[in-house]
Design a protein around this ligand. Structure first.
Ligand SMILES: Cc1ncc(COP(=O)(O)O)c(C=O)c1O
Length: 375
């Protein structure tokens, strides 16, 4: 475990982000996506805060294990939790957990749907159906809508607790992208087919962050934000101007400078003896790939007290070299706090853009060696 390298999670910023989210979609309920340890931020404090302070009542996990962890650890709180990806309904021990712990499996194929409808124990259990409208990953294909409706009718089901679909291209334009238009149309057709068949849809949702940021899909009862709640936009570069999102990163990643020394152009540093591209100053920081500071960050720009440095040479397991111009001489000090990303979302967007990755992955790279500290 590190002491001075840490991820600071500011729950006050999470509250601000939620307020800003509600300004975009005042009439929608929020199903907050907290899979993968709340996108690396620590799921238990995030969900506790979201329930107690923000009044959010529904959460999305990827796996049954994640959902069960919430039920076990936050047994004193009331909330709904859904499992989106790794449902494992066919395993008896899993289906018992769903039933006994009120965890809602998102049914994404006909086999799981039939299993639930044929099983007496699930007779009064919330039915959550996910349709594939063009993402072509999980989901019941939209062309099977009538088949699903017939099956529900035959089994005497008069309502669906939550009907949803997921968009493949929400990081692009919601208005102009053909796939987004197609998926939205298909989802509307599915909803209409259900209401024409007199099957009540208690909840519907389509929008993840990119969709919400552009103000789309709000004609459903719910939205399902993930990334935006943690700060960054999920729109990619050329489409960012379409985003209404003004949230801030709820986290900042801090480390400190272990050592500073002058370097000359051509001087080899670190593993692989990478030659330095110019005369300057090298700061060694206390983060490496063992902390989730990826080897992919080589060449990325990081700022310190108004000076720009470059991650130079190979990132090591425990540390990394950042080379600055000589004019940073008075500013780079051993023991200085060094911030990789701050609450300003631009800091993480720059890191992800420069290294060809995405903010989701940057957050999730962080390993357990970096403590999460909550303020
Ligand atoms: C079904 C579903 N809904 C919502 C989300 C949230 O997405 P985002 O983090 O882009 O808001 C995800 C995340 O992958 C998802 O799988």
């Amino acid at each position: 475990m590190r002491f001075r390298s840490r991820m600071l999670v500011d729950l006050g910023v999470l509250a601000d982000n939620y307020k800003k989210l509600k300004e975009i979609c005042p009439n929608n309920e929020v199903l907050f996506m907290v899979k993968a340890d709340a996108y690396g931020h620590g799921v238990l404090p995030i969900v506790r805060f979201a329930v107690v302070e923000l009044g959010i009542k529904e959460f999305g996990c990827a796996t049954l294990g994640e959902a069960l962890n919430l039920r076990d650890e936050l047994f004193d709180l009331e909330f709904e939790v859904y499992v989106f990806s790794d449902v494992q309904l066919g395993l008896k021990e899993c289906s018992e957990i769903y039933l006994n712990r009120r965890i809602i499996p998102v049914l994404s194929n006909m086999d799981d749907l039939r299993y639930v409808l044929d099983n007496q124990d699930f007779q009064n259990f919330p039915l959550c159906l996910k349709f594939n409208t063009g993402m072509n990953r999980l989901g019941i294909h939209h062309e099977r809508t009538e088949e699903v409706i017939d099956l529900l009718k035959r089994k005497g089901r008069k309502s669906v607790y939550h009907l949803l679909s997921h968009l493949s291209s929400a990081s692009l334009s919601m208005e102009k992208n053909k796939r987004n238009i197609f998926q939205r149309e298909k989802f509307n057709e599915i909803k209409k087919a259900f209401s024409d068949a007199n099957i009540e849809l208690e909840r519907t949702s389509l929008s993840n962050s990119g969709t919400i940021e552009q103000g789309f899909g709000l004609d459903n009862t719910h939205v399902r934000p993930g990334l935006m709640m943690y700060g960054p936009t999920s729109l990619i570069g050329p489409y960012r101007h379409l985003s209404k999102w003004t949230g801030r990163n709820i986290s900042s990643l801090e480390t400190y400078i272990i050592k500073v020394f002058p370097v000359e152009k051509g001087q080899p540093i670190g593993y692989g003896a990478t030659p330095v591209s110019k005369d300057g100053l090298c700061a060694i920081i206390a983060l490496g790939y063992g902390d989730g500071f990826s080897t992919r960050y080589m060449g990325a720009t990081l700022e310190h007290k108004g000076h720009e440095g470059k991650v130079t040479g190979r990132v090591n397991m425990d540390m990394a070299q950042i080379v600055f111009d000589k004019d940073a001489y008075d500013q780079l000090k051993v023991d200085d706090k060094f911030v990789i990303w701050s609450n300003d979302p631009k800091s993480i967007m720059r890191l992800s853009d420069e290294t060809g990755t995405i903010p989701y992955e940057i957050f999730l790279h962080l390993t357990a060696r970096v403590p999460r500290v909550y303020v």
